[in-house]
Design a protein around this ligand. Structure first.
Ligand SMILES: [Mg+2]
Length: 113
């Protein structure tokens, strides 16, 4: 599962004739090194607020549904990227454990065996 995610979330680029795999992890790591945790936490907040704002617009009927959907997808992508960086900052393994716990709890609530 993890390997598949890494492959799916990777990009290839040619450098001096050698193929180099650049993963989303690599890019996010570089972003954290370049801008630091404090600035990137600010970006997590900003992107979450942007997603919340665009989702709130679903209640309005005067918005073009296609454009709104495109905006929502764009903000989900931004939040996903920043959440990836937040996981790296605060500990991806701890987050994964918490997710597993919460999904197990949800499974029980839903009566899924
Ligand atoms: Mg955004």
């Amino acid at each position: 599962m993890k390997l598949c995610l890494t492959i799916k979330n990777s990009m290839t680029s040619l450098k001096r004739g050698k193929m180099k795999i650049v993963t989303y992890f690599d890019i996010n790591q570089k972003a954290l090194e370049k801008w630091g945790n404090e600035l990137q936490i600010g970006m997590v907040i900003e992107e979450c607020l942007e997603l919340a704002t665009v989702l709130h617009k679903l209640r309005r009927t005067d918005k073009d549904p296609e454009l709104l959907t495109e905006n929502i997808i764009d903000e989900i992508a931004d939040v996903t990227i920043m959440i990836h960086q937040a996981r790296m900052m605060f500990g991806a393994e701890k987050v994964d454990k918490k997710i597993a716990f919460k999904m197990e709890r949800l499974k029980t609530k839903l009566g899924i065996e």
